[in-house]
Design a protein around this ligand. Structure first.
Ligand code: PLP
Length: 391
């Protein structure tokens, strides 16, 4: 009863449609509040499509995260192939995001063929290895190539447009994980892209967490993972997150003003300072083409956990490989695939910069880094000195 009167009061309050917030209604409802939300959703879809260079905004399907988009693309392809009576074959790389690797692992149990391409010491992908894998596909197999545009741990960029064209030439469907590239790779656009499916995340471009999108080009058939509603042109059932998507559109709209050249110069300056002031420092993927904002550092004799905790105490939030249950850091599958040993692959730290940073931030950060690395190396050396007489 109380609930009913509260709702009535709210509806009465909102009965002047022009005063109501656009995100109050459900865009699937036909009444004025729903139409208002639908119009906010359509506007956001148009703005995001324009920012991406997508001609057809209806190719955008909103999701709850890029993880969901990736699962939808990969598993949706598999279940569609099964419906069409075909065996599914996937070609991907060993350095993909967990959302891709875990989805592929899951599908292997259901009978999918999966090949993960290796990368070289710089984290780069070879197109000739991709081609060699594509020619192995059997007659009547449904083939999907799923690749990163740029790696989230090292920032290394893959030749994704060439890979998409090559895949299409061999009759494969191409899925691109562009989560890191959008907004951090100068010139990134989907205008004229050969990719059939593209996964994106709002929070990686400055939007809210919990919103993502999957671009599904016209003609690409995917079985839906969620059932129970006709939203998003039947590609993703469930009421859409209108406020989140509106904020996603605002973040996408702001990207054109982002000065990536500035971030690139800051990153070059950071790496130069670190290499000059800290002996035994290395940048992973330094020779490869990389995103403008990511540096992956390794310091000889320094464990990742200690470094992360030390920098945290100094007020800096940097990332490392994923933490296991005991809180220690697991070796990064990306760095292992690049040929680092387990200890090194658990020791690297990832530093991300943004347009909000400046040279002063860099100096404060490098001062803290010098202090923390020095302290860890000092205590490692004294532990070794204490231990060594007993050896
Ligand atoms: N793919 C890449 C390359 C990422 O970096 C991330 C997130 O860090 C994801 C996918 C997953 O994105 P989300 O956090 O929206 O699930």
């Amino acid at each position: 009863m109380l609930e009913q009167s509260a709702e009535r009061a709210l509806l009465l309050h909102l009965s002047n449609a022009s005063d109501s917030p656009p995100n109050f209604g459900n865009p699937s409802s036909v009444h004025w509040a729903g139409r208002k939300a639908k119009s906010a959703l359509d506007g956001a879809r148009d703005a995001i499509a324009a920012s991406l260079g997508l001609e057809d905004p209806d190719e955008l399907c909103f999701t709850g995260s890029a993880t969901e988009s990736i699962n939808t693309a990969i598993k949706g392809f598999f279940f569609q192939a099964r419906k069409d009576g075909k065996k599914a074959r996937f070609v991907s790389s060993a350095v993909e995001h967990e959302a891709t690797l875990a989805s592929l692992e899951f599908l292997k149990e259901l009978g999918a063929e999966v090949e993960l391409l290796p990368v070289n010491r710089e984290g780069e992908l070879s197109l000739s290895l991709l081609e060699a894998s594509l020619v192995k596909a059997g007659q009547g197999e449904a083939v999907m190539v799923s690749l990163l545009a740029a790696n989230n741990e090292t920032g290394v960029v893959f030749p994704f447009e060439e890979a998409a064209r090559l895949s299409k030439a061999h009759g494969a469907v191409f899925h691109l994980d562009a989560v890191q590239a959008w907004g951090k790779l100068p010139g990134f656009t989907l205008a004229g892209s050969a990719a059939d499916l593209v996964s994106l995340s709002a929070h990686k471009i400055g939007g809210p967490k919990g919103v993502g999108a999957l671009v599904v080009k016209r003609g690409v058939k995917l079985e839906s993972l969620l059932h129970g509603g006709a939203q998003e042109r039947k590609r993703r059932a469930g009421t859409v997150n209108v406020p989140g998507i509106a904020a996603f559109a605002a973040a996408a709209g702001a990207l054109s003003a982002r000065d990536l050249g500035y971030v690139d110069r800051l990153r070059a300056s950071l790496e130069a300072m670190v290499l000059e002031r800290i002996p035994g420092a290395h940048v992973q993927g330094a020779k490869a083409r990389r995103l403008v904002n990511t540096s992956n550092f390794l310091f000889d004799g320094v464990r990742g956990e200690g470094l992360l905790m030390g920098l945290d105490l100094e007020g800096f939030a940097v990332s490392s490989g994923s933490a296991c249950n005991s809180g220690s850091i697991l070796p990064s599958h990306v760095l292992l695939a690049m040929g680092l040993d387990k200890a090194a692959a658990a020791s690297a730290v990832r530093v991300s910069l943004g347009p909000q940073n400046d040279e002063n931030d860099l100096m404060l950060f490098v001062d803290a880094l010098v202090k923390v690395v020095g302290r860890i190396r000092g205590s490692e050396a004294s532990r070794f000195a204490l231990r060594s007489p007993q050896i």
